[in-house]
Design a protein around this ligand. Structure first.
Ligand code: IMP
Length: 193
């Protein structure tokens, strides 16, 4: 069975292929399927956006499709930036997003945060299955590490005493996305057969 990933993000594609590769005869992306239209992320929750992505690509291709949505949830900022993580500063620029985050946390002691990922699989017949993963951490003012992307340099994981940007190998095992994908993997046989 072919699986189309509703993304062109190379980081995500690599991670998804590594975990789900052996369950599908072929894993392709939006580019491979010549889908160049933007899929609107109009949902107000990670689940809504993951469903929109999976359903849109399923109906455009007739194939099984995988949609995901993720973001940073900061406790003291009422759960923001949440589904707006990529566009937090209005620019889509990681550096500016991080700058705004640290500015908004000025003088706030509670730095608790989490990354959340929701992964939705749509079967060829349109039936959907969704899974959520989280990783807990805290936001540090000074960026550390130079791997990963997005908010990684400011996301400190107590257990390893490092930010996610300092944990290139481990990140793909402990991340919110890895956890959601592992949950999907565990259920995949039941879902597909
Ligand atoms: P999306 O899931 O592609 O819509 O991306 C959501 C946004 O959340 C990204 O652009 C990043 O700003 C942030 N984000 C999601 N996952 C991660 C991560 O693993 N590390 C750092 N930032 C992330």
């Amino acid at each position: 069975m072919e699986l189309v990933i509703a993304s062109n993000n190379q980081n995500k594609i690599k991670e998804i292929k590594a975990i789900l590769g052996k369950y599908f005869s072929n894993i392709t992306t939006l580019n491979d399927k010549n889908i160049h239209q933007e899929i609107p992320e109009t949902g107000t929750t990670f689940l809504e956006n993951a469903l929109i992505k999976a359903r849109t690509v399923n109906s455009l291709t007739g194939c099984a499709a995988l949609g995901d949505d993720s973001g940073l949830v900061v406790h003291a900022l009422d759960g923001t930036p949440g589904v707006y993580s990529a566009r937090y500063s209005g620019t889509g620029d990681d550096f500016k997003n991080n700058e705004k985050l640290i500015e908004n946390l000025k003088g706030i002691e509670n730095r608790k945060a989490k990354f959340v990922s929701v992964i939705t699989l749509a079967k060829p017949n349109g039936e959907t299955f969704s899974f959520e993963g989280e990783i807990l951490g805290e936001i540090v003012d000074n960026p550390r590490g130079n791997t990963g992307f997005g908010y990684d340099p400011h996301f400190y994981v107590e257990e390893y005493q490092k930010t996610l940007a300092e944990l290139p190998e481990l990140k793909n095992k402990i991340s919110h996305r890895a956890k959601a994908l592992e949950k999907l993997k565990r259920e995949l046989k039941n879902i597909l057969y």
